[in-house]
Design a protein around this ligand. Structure first.
Ligand code: SAM
Length: 286
């Protein structure tokens, strides 16, 4: 458990700081991958709190000590998820977008077409922190809940849809039964919805490699001990096996992006194992 504004958050929730700061850092860089003025604004306010924190990660972030490559990767991902949403809204301008495990992400402002209904979902304590910086409006709503407490899905049924669910940097922290149960619930309650979610390769869950991941998260990134990967897949179509009607639409990897800040890593897209170290799958849940 960590504290932010005297609010206790889990080690996993604390990862939201890395994504928020990455968006802000990239936004202020030369030739930014992402333009996220809301993230910049929130970071300026948060810095005052983090600078005086006892937590090393917090102070590092506030002092601008972050891994450049992390900011690049996270921003490439956020830009791609924005594109998924924009593409969805081109076909369905009044569609419903649900950002599962939203953290302090400000996607609503990056994609708002003035018609979308947008839901940001995260644990109550995370939403409490988010409310210090951002307000809801008639088309932008917060859901204070674990994604696994399914009442929130029933509340969405008042909308006609269509629905798109995003889980960016979230499912790897749940376990397989939880992810499967959630996907099947979305399919049964809101058939025809789309799901865009990031997954890690299950190779990283095996013993020696999991130790390496934990080392990277805890020692290199200074995250807490509760941050570890629990769910992974080997192939993009794996969720299709969970129930008939689940159809893979496409997949995407960081290295597919034609982004020069990736440097030599651009060649990773030619090697399936590297391309699918941590990647995104896009399904239709019929
Ligand atoms: C790495 S952060 C990603 C935040 C955001 N998606 C982004 O890209 O900026 C992971 C987020 O998932 C949230 N999360 C993890 N498990 C969750 C659960 N069971 N229910 C709701 N949110 C969850 C955490 O609280 C945290 O905000």
């Amino acid at each position: 458990m960590k504290e932010l504004y005297d609010i206790k958050i889990s080690d996993i929730s604390e990862t939201l700081l890395l994504t928020l700061y990455s968006h802000a850092i990239e936004s202020k860089s030369k030739e930014p991958i992402i333009h996220d003025p809301e993230a910049v604004r929130i970071v300026e306010q948060l810095n005052k709190e983090l600078l005086i924190s006892k937590n090393r990660l917090h102070r590092n972030l506030a002092n601008g000590k972050t891994k450049k490559s992390l900011a690049v990767h996270i921003s490439i991902r956020a830009k791609k998820y924005d594109e998924y949403v924009k593409e969805f809204l081109r076909k369905a301008p009044n569609g419903i977008v649900v950002n599962i495990g939203c953290g302090l992400d400000t996607r609503f402002y990056r994609i708002d077409n003035k018609k979308v209904n947008f839901y940001d979902l995260d644990f109550p304590e995370v939403i409490e922190i988010k409310k210090k910086f951002i307000s809801e409006n008639d088309r932008y709503h917060f859901i204070s809940s674990s994604v696994l407490d399914y009442d929130w899905i029933l509340n969405l049924k008042k909308h006609e849809g269509p629905f798109i669910f995003l889980a960016e940097g979230v499912f790897m922290y749940l376990n397989k039964d939880e992810v499967k149960s959630l996907v099947l619930k979305l399919q049964s309650q809101l058939p025809g919805c789309e799901l865009v979610c990031e997954v890690v390769n299950d190779i990283w869950l095996s013993k020696p490699l999991k130790g390496l991941v934990n080392f990277k998260m805890q020692k290199e990134l200074k995250l807490g001990q509760g941050v570890t990967y629990n769910f992974g897949m080997r192939d993009s179509n794996e969720m299709e096996k969970w129930n008939s009607g689940i159809k893979l639409i496409d997949d995407w990897s960081y290295f597919d992006a034609s982004e020069k800040k990736l440097g030599f890593m651009k060649i990773f897209k030619y090697f399936q194992l590297l391309r699918k170290t941590q990647w995104t799958v896009h399904y239709k849940l019929n």
